[in-house]
Ligand binder design. Structure first.
Ligand SMILES: [Fe+2]
Ligand SMILES: [Fe+2]
Length: 169
């Protein structure tokens, strides 16, 4: 049985993943408005993945005899200063998520809750991937600068990336 404290922390994490999903959806919409079709697909896929993360924790909480709560999701920002800022904001948010996962792991470890630790281990690897992915895109954007052709190519690359099915799960 989950401790009350860990149950609460996991419900907060559920809300955080739901918010990330909503945020990526807003980014997908912005990209579609601006004609970045490939990036829109990329962010739609990110939004789906975050919902999957949310469900992974949600299902676990109830399986572990806790009580999973469907979260209230605040409306995210819909306007972004520039294309680059989508990825800067994403990386920033992913880092917050990573820190939050680490906090809950600390709590689980202090409580000898090995099942929760095991669940969160999956998220540690996932967060590493997510941060790396956003950082790589930001590095490319630095190289590209204001070159339109470069941006066009990056947008297509992100679109292709979104069409590759995930190997995991
Ligand atoms: Fe996530
Ligand atoms: Fe994420």
């Amino acid at each position: 049985m989950l401790s009350k404290k860990i149950n609460k922390a996991l419900n907060d994490q559920i809300a955080m993943e739901a918010y990330a999903s909503a945020y990526y959806l807003a980014m997908a919409s912005w990209c579609e408005q601006k004609g970045f079709q490939g990036s829109a697909s990329f962010f739609y896929k990110q939004a789906e993945e975050e919902r999957m993360h949310m469900l992974k924790i949600f299902r676990y909480v109830n399986e572990a005899e806790g009580h999973a709560l469907s979260p209230a999701v605040p409306q995210p920002a819909h306007d972004f200063a520039a294309y680059n800022s989508l990825f800067e904001t994403s990386l920033e948010h992913e880092k917050k998520v990573t820190a939050s996962i680490h906090e809950i792991m600390k709590l689980a470890s202090d409580n000898n809750d090995f099942r929760t630790l095991n669940l969160l281990q999956w998220f540690v690897d996932e967060q590493l991937e997510e941060e790396k992915q956003m950082q790589t895109i930001l590095d490319k954007l630095k190289l590209i600068g204001k070159d339109g052709v470069g941006l066009y190519m990056l947008d297509s690359e992100l679109g292709q990336r979104a069409s590759v099915p995930e190997a995991e799960e």
